[in-house]
Design a protein around this ligand. Structure first.
Ligand code: NDP
Ligand code: MG
Length: 393
């Protein structure tokens, strides 16, 4: 029996994870579930999965959750705040941690899981983008296991030989081919992007996801963050990572080898596949996802990305090249700009303008400690908020 903590249980990845777990009650039990503000949804999940611990974002949310659980006759220890998130991520009673909080808020608990030597199923790419080397060092020093949930990185992981982690040089890897759907605005006239609405940006053609990552997909910042994520997970340089537009999202990514071979992982676009893969690794379990019907799909297309249409992708490559705290700066400015867009405070194209201004205005430094990274994150958020406040619509 594997015991699991789900950080961000009420989100899209959290719900998909619980769906997979529910199919295998003999193999997995839930130790802790966490949410931020969707307390009713968390109460429902607690009633169904009976975790020992539940964590929410505030004292008021904790009081409400306790009351809802009492009504349902569910016995569960309720807590709130970052320290409690870190505690349930590092607790002796849990073997695995699904890191599925969105954004920088997920860094501290994911790091706590790494420092406690847990098996970490990493969906929260922002944590790795912000703290890259520090996070990977913590994983190594504390004997943690890091398994990628992001569908592209899970596909790359599946397409690499298992010996890659021990000796990447000996494996003959030439390139990582990171596929991208191109999002909802791949074919839309560029000059109309200024006026797209949050609902249009969140309408992804292939995937159902949370609103922040959906906007990231529309700007292709998501792919930019994934380039940085691939750099840290697989030790690949920017030159070894190629982004390939593949609108069908059937090939989730590929690895090309020096002998001309290209290995790929294919599947229907449903996050339960990478989640089930990481949960059971190195075995396989059923995920509830239908088998791929290639003849029904018929055609797979590939194209080069257009950096002029998607300036956020170029900004992410710049941040990776700059190194240090530059990716943390990029990520923080992006989080502020995306939230401002979702709130109707700025337009879609202002997102890349805000990030670009923050990256130009602020100096990045060495990512020598988590404190240095968090200080840069705070500076970038402050700068981005000021720029957002100055945007007239
Ligand atoms: P959602 O917005 O659907 O869910 C986010 C989860 O994080 C919710 O449980 C939310 O709680 C919680 N949360 C939000 N803010 C905080 C906070 N400040 N402190 C603690 N918890 C918080 O996001 P997704 O599930 O779509 O994405 C989660 C992560 O996985 C992201 O990093 C994303 O990039 C990554 N990912 C997602 C994919 C997808 O298909 N959705 C694919 C690949 C990666 P509440 O609901 O209570 O607000
Ligand atoms: Mg992805």
């Amino acid at each position: 029996m594997q015991s699991i903590t789900i950080l961000g249980a009420t989100g899209s990845i959290g719900a998909s994870t619980l769906d997979v777990l529910a199919r295998h009650p003999d193999k997995y039990k839930v130790f802790a579930l966490t949410a931020h503000s969707r307390v009713e949804a968390l109460a429902e999940q607690c009633a169904r999965f009976r975790p020992a611990r539940a964590v929410v974002g505030s004292a008021a949310a904790a009081r409400l959750l306790s009351a809802l659980l009492k009504e349902r006759g569910v016995c569960c220890d309720v807590d709130y705040g970052e320290a409690a998130l870190c505690e349930v991520a590092a607790a002796a009673e849990t073997d695995s941690v699904m890191a599925a909080i969105v954004g920088a808020a997920g860094l501290a608990p994911a790091l706590a899981a790494a420092r406690a030597g847990k098996k970490i199923l990493l969906a929260n790419k922002e944590a790795l983008v912000m703290s890259g080397q520090l996070f990977m060092d913590a994983v190594q020093q504390h004997g943690a296991t890091l398994l990628p949930i992001d569908s592209e990185h899970n596909a790359i992981f599946q397409s690499l030989p298992q010996s890659y982690a021990r000796s990447p040089q000996g494996c003959g890897v030439a390139k990582i081919l990171l596929t991208a759907s191109g999002g909802p605005f791949l074919a839309r006239a560029v000059e109309t992007l200024e006026h797209v609405t949050p609902d249009e940006a969140c309408k992804h053609p292939n995937w159902v996801m949370g609103r922040k990552i959906s906007v990231d997909s529309a700007t292709m910042m998501n792919k930019g963050l994934e380039v940085i994520e691939a750099h840290w997970l697989f030790g690949a340089s920017a030159a070894q990572i190629e982004v390939v537009i593949h609108p069908q999202s059937v090939i989730h990514s590929m690895v090309s080898y020096v002998d001309g071979s290209v290995l790929a992982q294919l599947g229907n676009p449903d996050m339960r596949t990478p989640i089930a893969h990481a949960l059971a690794f190195p075995e396989r379990i059923e995920s509830g996802v239908a088998q791929l019907d290639l003849t029904a799909i018929g055609t797979l297309q590939f194209d080069k990305p257009d950096f002029a249409r998607f300036p956020c992708l170029a900004l992410a490559f710049e941040a990776l090249a700059a190194g240090g705290t530059a990716p943390a700066l990029l990520n923080a400015a992006n989080e502020v700009a995306v939230q401002a867009f979702l709130d109707g405070r700025i337009g879609f194209r202002d997102i890349d303008r805000v990030i670009s201004r923050v990256m130009f205005d602020l100096e990045h430094g060495a990512a020598s400690s988590i404190e240095a990274v968090m200080a840069q994150d705070a500076r970038a958020r402050g700068a981005a908020e000021k720029i957002v406040a100055g945007v007239t619509r």
